[in-house]
Ligand binder design. Structure first.
Ligand SMILES: Cc1cc2nc3c(=O)[nH]c(=O)nc-3n(C[C@H](O)[C@H](O)[C@H](O)COP(=O)(O)O)c2cc1C
Length: 219
């Protein structure tokens, strides 16, 4: 694939990142256009993960009554019901050899070659995942979902879409409502996406960040 010719200057990127903020109040009358949403959904699919294993599933909840129920388990936060698209990022609860084999089969389907050639890679991944106990494996899977979250949020900012990452929710209740355990997943984090309300006062609040010298080092 050819490197995209970008007209996007470094200053454009910073403008987008400074424009974005954790949106507290969405305009419930505005919907993300289909093409833009499609790109954001694909940004999730394209997110990188450790070994490429993609131990996740992303649910976009558009059903208003499910959203209303989820809101009651999200500290009542209005973003859940008022945003255009509400995404729950779920982590795989068990990463077993069958999952690794499914990934390897996909690799062969996409790239060609023989699955046997991937045996050393398979052993490495099996070793990596089996060296962890179950809680550690789940924690690892949840960490991967945060990479997807970051990619989604940056993609949204670049496309002029507002977003609010959300950990202020009850994962057990989300799991129950979305029937995630029986599918082998658990709620990790969520993200509301759409358009800020004109009167969201947080939009104008200056960003609170430590000085660059406190968080950046060059050795
Ligand atoms: C993983 C994560 C979870 C968050 N959960 C919530 C949340 O539940 N509700 C909310 O209003 N903001 C939430 N935030 C937003 C943060 O408070 C916000 O990103 C931070 O204060 C920095 O402000 P800014 O994003 O507007 O620059 C969350 C942020 C992250 C990264």
């Amino acid at each position: 694939m050819i490197r995209p010719m970008s007209t996007f200057a470094p200053s454009d990127l910073l403008n987008c990142l400074r424009w974005r903020y954790a949106t507290k109040k969405f305009d419930p009358t505005k919907t993300i256009p289909a093409e833009t949403w499609s790109a954001l959904a694909t940004s999730l699919v394209l997110a990188p993960s450790s070994f490429g294993l993609q131990p996740w599933h992303f649910l976009t909840i558009q059903n208003p009554s499910i959203r209303a129920e989820l809101r009651t388990h999200s500290w009542g936060q209005s973003q859940v019901t008022d945003c255009s698209h509400f995404v729950v990022l779920a982590a795989k609860t068990t990463m077993n050899e069958a999952d690794i084999d499914a990934f390897l089969a996909r690799t062969v389907a996409v790239r060609g070659g023989e699955i046997d050639q991937l045996t050393p890679y398979r052993e490495m991944m099996v070793g990596f995942t089996q060296n962890m106990d179950e809680p550690a494996r789940l924690q690892w899977a949840k960490l991967q979902t945060y990479i997807a979250l970051g990619q989604l949020m940056t993609s949204a900012a670049v496309l002029g879409i507002d977003a609010c990452p959300m950990e202020g929710l009850n994962p057990a209740e989300y799991d129950r409502i979305l029937s995630l355990p029986e599918k082998g997943y658990t709620t990790s984090v969520a993200c509301a996406l759409g358009f800020r309300a004109d009167d969201d006062k947080y939009a104008a609040a200056p960003k609170v960040r430590f000085e660059e010298c406190d968080v950046l080092s060059f050795l």
